[in-house]
Design a protein around this ligand. Structure first.
Ligand SMILES: [Zn+2]
Length: 401
């Protein structure tokens, strides 16, 4: 059935059409360059419906025809690719000492990536909201100058974020019950695009799932290696949030009842025995000092300094115990180590692997691999943009402007 988009339609029909548009858009994203016939084949929609949906997507400049054709039996088929250049998705992450903003277009092309220092650890939530609003306004202005429509904004915060965007607890930032999403929407004066706030590990997992070398892996866990350690969990192709949105607080699983005291006051949490604090000589440092000391640890490890190697092995074994718990519980295909773990990965991974193999009940650790992230700093910001694109893919398509 073909109808014009301007015909009056019952709501449920419009919903079906929106869903089918998203299905076709996803198909182009996965298979481009592809023909209308390819889309019909991969989606199961009939060819007339696909033609109508593709026409709509071309109108919205989400998809475009390439000059290329592919000769098949019969007549040549015009090939389609994602367009999306008139649109932008914005992601921001708030951290203990900086704010990062990233914008990508609909096809995932990076449009900008800005890092600003910001004293997150000593600022109130209100001050952070003002800082984020300021940087977002500049991003939005830039996008407007480039004639791009902003599809949405998602902000990553290191802490427990409720499903309504309220930050319940952010220990590194010292916040409690801060309505960051509501306040940011107000500060941006109702910007005309959706604003969301999410846990930083969740967003980093989405970044890996969409943009990383293991993109598309249906079962993936991302472990942040910041001052705190949290996990973002993608299972069966979807980010998992749990009852109130608090999935993945692996940092406070007790690995050693007699272990070092954690920032949460308990003993031997994973974060305390396998976090960056367990690697450094002087754990309670400012973030800038952490980076300097981390460089020194890497230098000593490269020089095969025995004390450094032994510390890294211990931390690696502890981290491996945590990864084995994840593997036993969730059976991921890959666990990705982010943040400060990345530069330390060459020395941590052998011990992590050994613990993983030794402690999982499934043969071959259930197929679980452990790798270091290659997305670099700002993975959560990139994941914010990924979350916006995910919501477009699942039928929140932009209107024709
Ligand atoms: Zn703890």
């Amino acid at each position: 059935m073909i109808t014009s988009a301007t015909d009056p339609q019952p709501a449920d029909f419009a919903d079906v059409r929106a869903t089918n548009l998203a299905v076709v858009l996803r198909s182009v994203r996965e298979h481009a360059p592809c023909s209308r016939a390819d889309i019909a084949l991969s989606t199961g929609l009939n060819k007339a419906t696909v033609s109508s949906l593709v026409a709509d997507l071309i109108d919205r400049r989400l998809v475009r025809e390439t000059g290329l054709t592919e000769n098949r039996v019969g007549r040549p088929a015009t090939m389609l690719v994602l367009d999306g250049s008139p649109y932008a998705a914005i992601g921001v992450e708030i951290n203990v000492d900086h704010v990062i903003a990233v914008a990508v277009d609909l096809s995932g092309e990076r449009l900008l990536s800005w890092r600003r220092s910001f004293p997150g650890a000593t600022s109130t939530a209100a001050q952070a909201v003002a800082a984020v609003a300021a940087i977002v306004r500049r991003v939005v202005n830039r996008m407007a100058r480039e004639e791009r429509q902003v599809l949405g904004l998602a902000v990553g915060v290191p802490g427990l974020v409720g499903t309504d965007g309220t930050v319940r607890v952010a220990p590194d930032l010292g916040w409690r019950d801060a309505d960051v999403c509501g306040d940011l929407t107000k500060a941006l004066r109702d910007p005309g695009f959706p604003v969301r706030v999410d846990n930083d590990a969740n967003l980093a997992a989405l970044a890996e799932h969409r943009f990383g070398p293991r993109a598309g892996t249906a079962n993936l866990v991302y472990l942040t290696g910041e001052i705190g350690v949290g996990a973002g969990v993608v299972l069966d192709g979807r980010l998992r949030r749990g009852g109130q949105g608090y999935v993945g607080e692996i940092g406070h699983i007790q690995l050693d009842p007699l272990g070092a005291e954690c920032r949460c006051g308990r003993l031997g949490c994973l974060e305390a025995v396998a976090g960056i604090g367990a690697v450094l000589e002087h754990p309670a440092l400012s973030p800038a000092e952490v980076e300097i000391e981390l460089d020194e640890v890497v230098r000593l490890a490269r020089a095969a300094d025995s004390r450094t190697l032994s510390t890294l092995a211990t931390v690696g074994h502890n981290l491996g115990k945590g990864v084995a718990m994840i593997a036993n519980l969730l059976n991921p295909e890959v666990v990705i180590l982010g943040g400060y773990y990345v530069p330390l990965a060459p020395w941590l991974l052998p011990a992590v692997e050994a613990e993983l193999r030794g402690r999982t009940i499934a043969p071959d650790a259930g197929g679980c691999q452990v790798v270091a992230s290659t997305l670099g700093y700002g993975a959560a910001a990139l994941g914010g943009a990924a979350q916006v694109l995910d919501s477009v893919d699942s039928s929140r398509l932009p209107r024709v402007s």
